[in-house]
Design a protein. Sequence first.
Length: 72
Amino acid sequence: MTLEPVLLQARDVAAAIVDETTERAADLLVVGLPYRKRFGGEFAIGKTVPYILQNAPCTVWVVRDPITEEST
């Protein structure tokens, strides 16, 4: 059996992401974290990432966008 990766996109709907990973019996969830200069050059995790980390039924990787010279 070949398993195909599935890409889900959502914004601030952590419960829906967790539900979807549960329904699909996902082994891994990758969450992107953007660099936001407007927030003082910090990585703003908001409420979505902590909720996913606490409730996801699988391994979660949080990756961030690279800091470019344009971002600083």
